[in-house]
Design a protein around this ligand. Structure first.
Ligand SMILES: [Zn+2]
Length: 513
């Protein structure tokens, strides 16, 4: 089956055919690093992370380039306001952004170029554009002349005449046409600046992405991505200057844009002060729940975020996790894995159906909402089979082959959406409480990690129950509950999970005794 993607350039859903067979070159506009990243930025990161994972799953060797815009008016403003060096601001927010991406299980791009380290590449481009007559010098600035570029507006559908009426020229700008844009800006006092043929100054924003994408991916690369708020003017201008510079078309073959994250009907943005910083969201919701919420809506539809959406997502992730744990419990209860069991026909069918439903829906312009539905169909079969084993209707040994196939498919498909099912970290206070309980029961493993301590305590409890010492068994269960560890007894053995201090469930992967 072939992947089809909506191309903003043609306004159609088209079959994806890469420039080089077996490879895919992906450039995504990255963050301007002047403030905390918010959920709007994370949606873009996650959409293109899913696209990358999916292309790789389809067998393509992906090169993913995502820049940092670390030369920008807003960064300069921030550094001046805070009285700190320019790169102190950028380093701080680059580090924070990377932490957020790691927490949300976003694969790091292969190349993360910074604008400030590619100034010579930009100067080279601008010089050629001036030479070719596409750009002109005016009072220390260099502008791109949009009237020289036939087809300007082809991405965004803008028309030059309308732009003349709509645009306004700021004081101190010397543009010939109001839609002309700066390739180079003369230095102002106190701003970072570089030497150039036009005097000291710094590049404009649009040329940064052209220079860095062409440098790492070459002309005619496969996918250029970003939020749909970048279509105009940023991406329109990238096309104009890159195609003028190289004299070739297209600059990028497919333009993929994700819709915005909305809060009460308005775009989440710094300027509207209606944003959730990612690090704040991560303190309230498990990473998988945030990720789930952001992939539960098709990437070209705006997504409204509120507490309810994240709470729903957290419940959905919990249902997935419970299914996985139930299957793990069955697998753990099979003492000898001799492979003699017959795979359940129902499960094998469900695994095949899930894979094919997942692929056909993802092939249809990356329909992640449909992909989740395919996963839940598989989960229903996993639950049913695990339930039958727990009720003693079929022996675990018989179900194990089908369940292990289902488990592997479940992890493969959820992994493509970037769900990690990592154990929630056990906070220090809970760790200390568990340690005290372990000491009280003279656990020999008091130097072990908390997971091992809990596992040992559950062993002590099992032995107590086996020798009919129910008061000791109950006491261990009660003390663990007080410490925030809930123990559930399943036919296949006890299972535990952490209940977070806030009362919201932050389940752990858990042992199964
Ligand atoms: Zn860009």
């Amino acid at each position: 089956m072939a992947l089809r993607l909506h191309n903003t350039l043609t306004k159609k859903v088209e079959e994806f055919v890469s420039r080089d067979a077996g490879k895919a070159a992906l450039y995504v506009c990255g963050l301007t690093v002047y403030d905390h990243a918010h959920l709007g930025h994370m949606r873009a990161a996650i959409v293109f992370d899913v696209l990358r994972r999916y292309l790789e799953w389809k067998g393509l060797q992906v090169t993913h380039v995502q820049n940092f815009t670390d030369v920008d008016d807003r960064i300069i403003q921030r550094a001046q306001n805070e009285g700190v060096p320019f790169d102190e601001v950028t380093e701080k927010y680059i580090t924070e952004y990377r932490q957020a991406l790691e927490a949300l299980n976003v694969l790091p791009p292969h190349v993360e170029p910074r604008a400030s380290r590619h100034i010579p590449d930009m100067i080279e481009m601008i010089a050629r554009l001036v030479e070719q007559g596409y750009a002109y010098y005016a009072e220390g600035d260099v502008y791109f002349d949009v009237t020289k570029r036939p087809g300007y507006g082809k991405l965004s559908g803008r028309v030059l005449e309308d732009l003349r009426a709509g645009a306004r020229v700021e004081p101190g700008e010397f543009k010939r046409h109001p839609a002309d844009f700066a390739l180079w800006k003369r230095a102002k006092p106190g701003e970072p600046n570089w030497e150039s043929p036009w005097g000291r100054g710094r590049p404009g924003w649009h040329i940064e992405c052209s220079a860095m994408s062409l440098k790492y991916l070459g002309m005619g690369f496969d996918i250029h991505g970003g939020g749909d708020d970048l279509i105009f003017p940023h991406h329109e201008n990238e096309i104009a200057q890159s195609e003028s510079y190289t004299g070739k078309e297209p600059f990028a073959r497919y333009w993929i844009h994700n819709a915005m994250v909305m809060v009460r009907g308005e775009k989440m943005s710094k300027s509207l002060h209606n944003y959730f910083a990612v690090m704040d969201a991560l303190r309230v919701y498990p990473a998988d729940a945030i990720r789930y919420a952001l992939v539960s809506v098709h990437y070209r539809k705006p997504i409204e975020v509120d507490e309810e959406r994240f709470a729903d997502a957290a419940r959905a992730v919990e249902r997935l996790r419970v299914a996985l744990t139930a299957v793990d419990a069955v697998m753990a209860s099979v003492k000898v894995r001799d492979g003699s069991g017959q795979p359940s026909g129902k499960l094998v069918g469900a695994v095949q159906r899930a894979r094919s439903a997942f692929e056909s829906t993802m092939d249809d312009d990356l329909n992640t909402a449909g992909a989740l539905a395919a996963i839940f169909e598989l989960v229903a079969e996993m639950n049913r089979a695990a339930d039958e084993v727990q009720k003693g209707q079929i022996p675990a040994a018989l179900a194990q082959i089908g369940l292990s196939m289902a488990r592997a498919m479940f992890l493969e498909l959820t992994g493509l959406l970037g769900l990690a099912f990592k154990s929630a970290p056990i906070d220090h206070e809970v760790q200390q409480k568990v340690l005290r309980i372990a000491q009280a029961f003279r656990s020999t493993a008091v130097h072990s990690n908390t997971e091992t301590l809990i596992s040992n305590l559950l062993d002590v409890r099992e032995r107590a129950r086996a020798s009919k010492d129910f008061s000791t068994a109950d006491q261990i269960r009660k003390l663990l509950a007080e410490a925030g560890i809930i123990v559930e007894d399943l036919p296949t053995g006890p299972r535990w999970r952490v209940v977070s201090a806030a009362g919201s469930r932050a389940p752990s992967g858990g042992g199964d005794g």
